[in-house]
Design a protein around this ligand. Structure first.
Ligand code: GLN
Length: 284
C-alpha cells in the first residue's frame, strides 16, 4: 500500500496539485471522496482510515491526470450546476456558475408569462445543463435541445434521463436555430464567444474543453451574429431570447441586437461580479 491512510494520500495529492489548482486541498478531497463514494464531511472525519489498494491505484492516476491540467470534472465525470449534478465528458463544455444567471432569467420570464405551456429552445445544449434545469423546474414546458455535436447530445440525453425529463426534451442535431421546427417562447443559449486568437492564452484546463464550444471566429461573435439573424423567425410574440456573452462584449452585442430587433426591448444583464453576462431580447 503506497499510503498508510487517507491523510497521507491527500498530502501526496496536494503536493502534485499545487502547480495546477487554485484550491489543491479541496480538489484532492473531491477526488478522494468521489472515489470512495463518500461526501467530503465523511472523508474529513475519517482521514486516519486506510485507503484500499485498488482505490489507491485509481487515485494516483486521477491526481496525475489533474496535474497535467485536465479539468477536475472530466476526471470525476460530474459537476454541479443550479444545485443539480450533471455528467460531463470531454465532448461537452463544463458548466460554469455564471451560466446559472441565464437559467434564473429564463425562470423569471416563465413566471410572469404563464401562457399555455411554454416552448423552450436551448441552442448549443452541450451537457444539457441549461435546458434540463429549466425542464425540471417547469414541468409543463416543451423543450428543444439543439447541438451540432452528436457526442454532446449523448451526454445531454443521459443527463435528461437522470432527471426524468427525457420525454419532454426533443433533441435536434444541427446549427444554431436552423433545425427548430416551430417558434419558441423562450430561447436560451450559451454559445461559443471567445475569439479564435485567444486560444493560446486560455488556461491549460480550458484548452481541454471542446474548441467548438468556446471559439467563434476572429472577434468571438460569429455565433452570436448568426443566432441574432435567425432569431426573429424563431420567436413567438412576447417571447424572450437570452444569450450568454463575454464580460467585455456587452456594448457591441447590444448594438448588434438593436440592428436586428428594432421593435424589441434589448438589454444587457451583468452577473454577480458586475460583468456583462447575458443579452436579453424581449418581443412585444
Ligand atoms: N449549454 C452548455 C453550457 O452552458 C454548453 C455551452 C457550449 O458548449 N458553448 O454549459
Amino acid at each position: 500500500m503506497p499510503w498508510d491512510d487517507l491523510e497521507a494520500a491527500r498530502r501526496w495529492a496536494v503536493a502534485r496539485l499545487v502547480p495546477v489548482a487554485e484550491k489543491p486541498h479541496l480538489e484532492a478531497e473531491i477526488l478522494l471522496a468521489t472515489l470512495l463514494d463518500w461526501n467530503r464531511a465523511r472523508l474529513l472525519a475519517h482521514l486516519d482510515a486506510p485507503i484500499p489498494e485498488t482505490l489507491a491505484t485509481t487515485f494516483r492516476t486521477w491526481v496525475l491526470r489533474r496535474a497535467t491540467g485536465e479539468p477536475l470534472p472530466y476526471i470525476t465525470g460530474r459537476i454541479e450546476f443550479c444545485a443539480l449534478e450533471f455528467a460531463v465528458t470531454p465532448a461537452v463544455l463544463i458548466p460554469r456558475p455564471e451560466t446559472e444567471l441565464l437559467v434564473e432569467m429564463a425562470l423569471e420570464h416563465a413566471d410572469v408569462t404563464p401562457s399555455a405551456p411554454p416552448i423552450i429552445a436551448d441552442v448549443g445544449t452541450g451537457s444539457g445543463c441549461i435546458v434540463i434545469t429549466l425542464a425540471s423546474r417547469l414541468p409543463q414546458a416543451q423543450c428543444y435541445a439543439i447541438d451540432l455535436s452528436p457526442a454532446a447530445m449523448e451526454v445531454a440525453r443521459q443527463n435528461a434521463a437522470r432527471y426524468g425529463v427525457l420525454e419532454r426534451l426533443h433533441f435536434l442535431e444541427g446549427d444554431l436555430l436552423a433545425p427548430l421546427p416551430e417558434p419558441a417562447d423562450i430561447i436560451v443559449s450559451n454559445p461559443p464567444y471567445i475569439a479564435d486568437t485567444e486560444w493560446d492564452n486560455l488556461p491549460v484546463s480550458v484548452r481541454h474543453e471542446p474548441a467548438m464550444a468556446l471559439l467563434a471566429g476572429c472577434d468571438g461573435l460569429n455565433a452570436v451574429r448568426r443566432l441574432l439573424a435567425q432569431a426573429p423567425a424563431k420567436m413567438r410574440p412576447g417571447g424572450i431570447l437570452l444569450v450568454e456573452i463575454g464580460e467585455r462584449q456587452g456594448a457591441v452585442v447590444l448594438a448588434l441586437a438593436q440592428q436586428v430587433f428594432t421593435h424589441a426591448e434589448c438589454r444587457i444583464r451583468t452577473d454577480l461580479a458586475g460583468k456583462d453576462r447575458v443579452l436579453q431580447i424581449r418581443l412585444p
